[in-house]
Design a protein around this ligand. Structure first.
Ligand SMILES: [Zn+2]
Length: 977
């Protein structure tokens, strides 16, 4: 057996599915496993993963995930991770805690940058400085500033999980997993239950690292066009001090049940009085080990057939029952040793739980008996196959998507290479289906109807949950406090002071310089233009981008929203959904969805709104706003794609009250869920609405205004469907107009020759009418707004108008904001404030600068920190080296990796808002030339702008009421959830 750098080659396999050669190695001395995937993808990806099973709810893997990124042997600074985000060209960098493993992935398109990232990450996981202080900062500690103050718990993960535990959707997922896998580590919380996190000791934390973060336990993954031998060499070098160490990390298979089980849990209903119509539920089955490749692929197709689209029979039955607002469960979950399948409803009455459960069972039984519609199977087979081949992972590196896909198999003893080579399993499934038409129905019998390992979980609202949880925490803290002598309390106060001091003390320049980084000389000074040809067909512009898409045509049809009067704006996202989800005059929506699934890679809608950059001063025509119908298909499918688009646009059937109402209910439920988990989006949107018509319109379409509109719309659907229908018809008439549209295509030139005439014919078939852009009139919002939601944390926002304060746009703002976000904002809002994050955003078309924090335990303190940003910038001192790093980090931000379809879409967006390649180059030149004086000047303008600011907060009622006691200028508080 040959050995290279201490590695034994176990298996080599060509994987044409991903144009790769995979080599699977084992390190001879330590047993470290390494999967080396060689291909020509320049978005190189590396990951190191460890199995991290838990036996309690203290969240030790999650806290460790945060803590190891707080400095290591070679890089003894506070946060190497933040330093890398600041200074590298990374296309991905993060760390993730899954239910039974922890993963540290990075990606970059630059070779040297890639090695730099790998080096810092390996040092972090194998040699972290996990001191008591990092444990306290990231995990938990007692917080008290003076002897008269009450004792509190504080810590980054503690706060993060408090927010997570106040999300009913998250709790449902957690309780579902616990219920169905009660005899395994999956019955515990890897993320951490806030009630249990303070049970974690430093000793256990350190021993967890020693046992599980050992090379003998490590799964290392490389992917891309870097030198394969270098991979082995650098890993071998890194682990030379380690010997083999055996630790039992085996996760048992869950013993199967003879009878289905049920359980009911409570969740925090906030201040609502336990409204009985707000329960959530799932029905779940334990399926098979994820290493069972063929069944897993078949189950993936079955999952799509059952719940993958709005027309899928199980989803449809649930939604159409009218018993709840939206589906829960998410279907197939392949991320643990054994796969689960869960479905259910939320927004239901608790007495309906049994009815929903029966409905699920009856629907499955009927499908098994009568057979699943053949067109549904055909659509699901095509869709899953299209996705496997397209590998469109969006901004997520393809290598990382592959890694996450194989991890569960790899960790539990399966062959990681098998998981990447899908062709055999796909052929086998297709063959079995061709030979036996009842193949998928038999799977329903095997995995659902005859599978007794089933659990039904109900989550009921209970206002006492929060009260009890808070009381338990207070009691616990008071008991600790009473048992403490003066001396002990003093030590704790000192410790808090120490933690703050540590946080505030900057790293030394010598230590910071140890983080490897590129130099400005390595940076491309020129922008990378995206090819674009401008054509016209029947008065409509077509933008064509000649990019290699592997024979897939990507087409976007954009309809100018300026055709619509103001009052129709809130309808836009719903109207977009009606196009693909209501059916046409000749096909109901099930048939339409089947046709889309069987013949294309998918059709969807999205909208964009932005201020146009070329208009210097505010005028009527400064807003670009479009609704896009986006489709994709293999080139041999484009004829069918065009036919479907034509039917959708010309023959959409709007008169279906029940179907429309379901969509409104779903949208409303999703918005409400989003407010508690990611309220920062609503906050930013609300703030932007003050300054630019475009952003005001966007808030109408997607923000808090839209939620209010949806609630009102539900009433109107019930009481006055005729008026809703006439609105929808009017929108359709105004919007589908080839005088006010454009098309955008991304495709190789050879294939474009085939597709172009098809597209031109389609455009010619669309209605034509004179177009005059509407002027949108809008009322103003209160300057300081607070919206209460039943969360234990806040999303705090503040915004200013930089242009009104005399700032003139200069590309240096990208460097300035990136640096300030990772230095000042990160330290103040996250590290010291305990929020999950905080950031400044600058919308250069409008000049709006917004500050926002998410999952933030503070409110007034955060607002003060925002104000402090101006002073921070005015007084900033940066060495040449620091400035250079900041610039490189900012370039990484501008040069985000994009797949061809995303490049084409971005280029069209730039076209619509008036950004030319010359402007992009100028911005890049300015960015590359950022000086310390630019930082200071930005700070001066920010100080000026802050004199007139707007505030928006989504947060807990207590925090908002308390804030108004402290603030001179009161916040207008409205109850939102
Ligand atoms: Zn976390």
């Amino acid at each position: 057996m040959s050995s290279t750098h201490g590695f034994e080659l176990v298996e080599t396999r060509e994987i044409p599915e991903i144009n790769s050669t995979a080599k699977y190695y084992r390190h001879e001395r330590t047993g470290l496993q390494l999967l080396s995937v060689e291909n020509d993808d320049d978005n190189k990806c590396f990951g190191v993963g460890f199995k991290t099973p838990v036996d309690d709810d203290t969240g030790v893997p999650h806290i460790l995930e945060h803590a190891v990124l707080n400095g290591s042997r070679k890089y003894p600074i506070k946060e190497p991770f933040v330093e890398l985000i600041k200074t590298s060209l990374q296309t991905f960098i993060n760390a993730m805690t899954f239910t039974d493993f922890t993963l540290y992935p990075v990606a970059s398109t630059n070779n040297q940058d890639f090695y730099n990232l790998v080096d810092v990450y390996l040092d972090a996981v194998f040699y972290p400085n996990i001191t008591k202080q990092t444990f306290q900062q990231e995990g938990w500690h007692y917080e008290v500033k003076s002897k008269d103050d009450p004792l509190l718990f504080k810590g980054v993960v503690f706060n993060e999980m408090k927010a997570a535990y106040s999300s009913p959707d998250r709790m449902l997922g957690e309780k579902t997993r616990v219920a169905i896998l009660p005899d395994t580590p999956y019955a515990k919380s890897a993320g951490g239950d806030p009630a249990a996190i303070p049970d974690l000791t430093y000793e256990k934390f350190v021993s967890f690292h020693r046992d599980y973060y050992h090379p003998s336990q490590a799964h290392v993954f490389f992917y891309g066009d870097d030198d394969p031998e270098q991979r082995l060499k650098l890993i071998d070098e890194f682990i030379k001090e380690f010997e083999r160490r055996e630790v039992d990390t085996q996760i048992p298979v869950q013993p199967r049940w003879d009878e289905p089980r049920e359980r009911t849990e409570k969740y925090d209903a906030g201040d609502a009085d336990g409204d009985s119509s707000k329960s959530l539920m799932t029905v779940s089955w334990l399926l098979t080990e994820v290493s069972n490749e063929e069944d897993m692929l078949a189950l993936e197709i079955l999952d799509h057939a059952l719940v993958g689209t709005s027309a899928a029979p199980l989803r449809k039955a649930l939604i159409e029952s009218g018993l709840g607002e939206d589906m829960t469960g998410g279907g197939l979950n392949p991320y643990m040793r054994e796969a689960l399948f869960s479905v259910g409803l939320k927004g239901i009455k608790k007495e309906d739980v049994k009815t929903v459960e029966n409905l699920v069972m009856e629907t499955l039984s009927k499908l098994a008996d009568d057979g699943i519609d053949k067109d549904t199977i055909k659509a699901s087979l095509n869709t899953v196959e299209f996705q496997l081949r397209e590998k469109n992972t969006g901004r997520f590196p393809r290598g990382l998507a592959a890694l996450i896909q194989i991890m569960p198999t790899w960790l539990h003893g399966g062959d990681p290479v098998d998981r990447l080579a899908f062709e055999d399993a796909l052929e086998s499934v297709k063959k079995k289906y061709a030979e036996d038409e009842t193949y998928f129905e038999e799977l329903i019998g095997k995995y659902f109807l005859n599978n007794k390992h089933r659990s039904t979980v109900t989550l009921e609202p209970d206002p006492q949950v929060k009260v009890k949880r808070e009381a338990a925490e207070t009691d616990r803290l008071e008991t600790v406090r009473k048992a403490m002598g003066d001396h002990e309390l003093e030590l704790i106060i000192n410790n808090v002071g120490e933690l703050e001091r540590r946080q505030q003390t900057p790293d030394t320049p010598e230590d910071l310089a140890k983080i490897p980084s590129l130099s400005l000389a390595d940076i491309d000074r020129k922008i990378k233009p995206v090819p674009q040809e401008e054509l016209v067909a029947h008065d409509a512009p077509i933008l064509y981008h000649d990019l290699p898409t592997s024979g897939i045509a990507y087409v976007d049809l954009g309809f100018n929203l300026r055709s619509l009067p103001t009052k129709y704006l809130p309808y836009v996202p719903l109207f977009g959904r009606t196009l693909t989800q209501m059916g046409t005059e000749s096909e109901d929506f099930v048939k339409l969805q089947q046709r889309i699934g069987a013949n294309t890679g998918g059709i969807g809608t999205t909208s964009m709104t932005s201020k146009v950059v070329t208009s210097e001063e505010t005028n009527a025509d400064d807003t670009a706003a479009y609704l896009f119908l986006r489709g994709k298909a293999m080139v041999h499918q484009t004829g069918e794609l065009v036919d479907i688009l034509r039917d959708i646009l010309l023959k959409v059937k709007l008169d279906n009250r029940d179907r429309f109402k379901q969509m409104v209910l779903e949208s409303k439920a999703r918005k409400e869920a989003g407010l508690s988990s990611s309220g920062q989006m609503a906050v930013i949107s609300r703030l932007g609405a003050h300054y630019a018509t475009a952003d005001w319109a966007s808030e109408q379409m997607s923000g808090i205004s839209n939620l209010l509109f949806l609630r009102d719309l539900l009433e109107r659907i019930n009481n006055d469907w005729a008026s809703v229908l006439s609105d929808l018809k009017e929108i359709h008439k105004l919007l589908i107009n080839r005088q006010a549209m454009l098309a955008n295509v991304t495709l190789e030139s050879d294939n474009w020759k085939t597709f172009k005439p098809q597209l031109e014919t389609l455009i010619g078939d669309l209605p034509t009418a004179d177009f005059a852009a509407q002027n949108w009139s809008h009322s103003s919002l209160a300057e300081r707004e607070g919206f209460t939601v039943p969360a234990q944390v806040n999303f705090v926002g503040k915004a200013v108008d930089m242009y009104a304060a005399g700032y003139e746009k200069d590309g240096s703002y990208i460097t300035i904001l990136k640096h300030a976000n990772l230095d000042y904002m990160w330290n103040r809002i996250r590290a010291m404030g305990g929020a999950y994050g905080g950031s400044m955003f600058f919308d250069y078309p409008s000049g709006t600068l917004s500050f926002v924090s998410w999952r933030d335990p503070n409110l007034v303190g955060t607002l003060r920190n925002y104000d402090g940003a101006a002073d921070y910038l005015q007084k900033i001192e940066l060495s040449d080296g620091e400035l250079e790093k900041a610039i490189i980090g900012a370039i990484g931000e501008v040069d985000q990796y994009q797949l061809p379809d995303a490049k084409g879409f971005s280029q069209m967006q730039r076209y619509l808002i008036g950004v030319t390649d010359d402007m992009r180059q100028k911005t890049r030149d300015q960015l590359l030339g950022t000086t310390v004086a630019d930082f200071k000047a930005f700070g001066v303008r920010l100080a000026e702008a802050l004199k007139k600011s707007k505030i928006a907060v989504v947060g807990s009622p207590d925090a908002l009421a308390k804030a108004n006691e402290d603030l001179d200028e009161k916040i207008d508080i409205a109850n939102l959830l």
